[in-house]
Design a protein around this ligand. Structure first.
Ligand code: DAH
Length: 341
């Protein structure tokens, strides 16, 4: 019996050392020391022993049970602290590791260019005006001296919402709204940036695009004021050596009218594919505001003169960033947009 006790004890010691969790330990404990455990069952057979052997075996049994109990307690403590250490290691953060930079949004290249254009004109004393994108024929055409038979009025060029109401085809109606609001105050010095709409869609035309309109009214405003202002603009936008060139043109709302070119930013004026070997690139339409337009909106053309211009924002952006296809601005290709962050 003593031998048997010792065997059970040895077996228990080995199993206690082998368990890896508190649960497993508990099971081992029940199996050896529980009410129906191996040690307990063995000791139940003590009655069959000769009386003189009983104290000896009883003493040994008590000693072995105490030893096992201590072992269980010690192993339990050991498992618990290992688990605690592991939990702590799992939670550990290495603060010296480099972080993941968050993705940050940024402005669209056209917004950047519009802001830059506005900034240049604000620096020259202009203020910013806005007008509605849904316009009446009066503001979009009539008040700008665009007669009914004019090609720009035909349905294929404009998006009509209902008769007399359309998406503005240019920012020039803001000229009229500004004059109506301010007449007969001078000086007037405004720019009007915004979206415009035309029924066009190819590599150089989009059904929606952006313009920045300019209007200056005062006594003795002349074409040289227009040219000087645009030269200053071109030099701030495209570099201090830029040149501008005025080419005679026609717009119903200006007289005389001019298209304004800058020296080709690709070849510097030598001639290349982009400027079609002319060395010049058109960026806007302009002119001296037609006396009829001034008069109709409250400015006496005998007393005041005015110049106006309308700039294509996509045009300026394509030249500034060297972008060949207008549709790049509107296709929302993240690879293209990311280059402007
Ligand atoms: N509104 C014209 C267009 O969209 C551009 C323009 C030309 C605006 C001459 C002007 C101007 O203010 O004076 O094509």
């Amino acid at each position: 019996m003593q031998k048997k006790l010792q065997e059970i004890h040895n077996q228990a010691v080995a199993e206690i050392a082998a368990v890896q969790t508190e649960d497993e330990l508990k099971q081992v404990q029940v199996r050896f020391l529980g009410k129906k455990g191996e040690m307990t069952s063995l000791l139940r057979g003590m009655g069959q022993l000769p009386p003189e052997e009983r104290p000896l075996v009883g003493g040994l049994a008590n000693q072995l049970r105490d030893e096992l109990t201590n072992l269980f307690t010690a192993r339990e403590e050991e498992l618990r602290s290992t688990a605690r250490r592991k939990a702590m290691a799992d939670e550990q953060v290495d603060v010296t590791l480099p972080g993941k930079p968050p993705m940050i949004g940024h402005l669209h290249p056209l917004t950047l260019i519009m802001d830059e254009i506005a900034e240049i004109f604000l620096g020259m004393g202009f203020t910013i005006k806005e007008g509605p994108e849904i316009e009446t024929e009066y503001y979009n055409f009539e008040a700008l001296n665009i007669p009914r038979e004019h090609p720009a009025r035909e349905m294929q060029d404009s998006f009509y919402i209902r008769p007399e109401v359309l998406l503005r085809t240019h920012t020039s109606p803001v000229q009229i709204r500004t004059m109506e609001e301010l007449a007969p105050q001078v000086p007037v010095r405004i720019i009007a940036p915004g979206k415009v709409y035309r029924r066009d869609d190819d590599a150089t035309h989009s059904p929606m695009f952006h313009q920045v309109e300019g209007l200056v009214i005062d006594r003795d405003i002349s074409l040289s004021d227009l040219k000087g202002t645009l030269l200053l603009f071109a030099r701030q936008m495209f570099g201090p050596k830029q040149q501008v060139r005025l080419r005679p043109s026609f717009f119903p709302f200006t007289e005389p009218s001019a298209e304004v070119d800058i020296a080709c930013v690709i070849c510097g004026g030598q001639g290349c594919r982009v400027c079609k070997d002319s060395g010049w690139i058109e960026i806007l339409g302009s002119g001296m505001v037609h006396p009829r337009v001034l008069e109709l909106s409250g400015y006496d053309p005998e007393e005041y003169t005015a110049y106006a211009f309308g700039m294509g924002v996509e045009r300026v952006a394509m030249l500034k960033y060297g972008i060949g296809d207008l549709r790049m601005f509107f296709s929302n290709d993240i690879r293209m947009l990311r280059q402007f962050s």
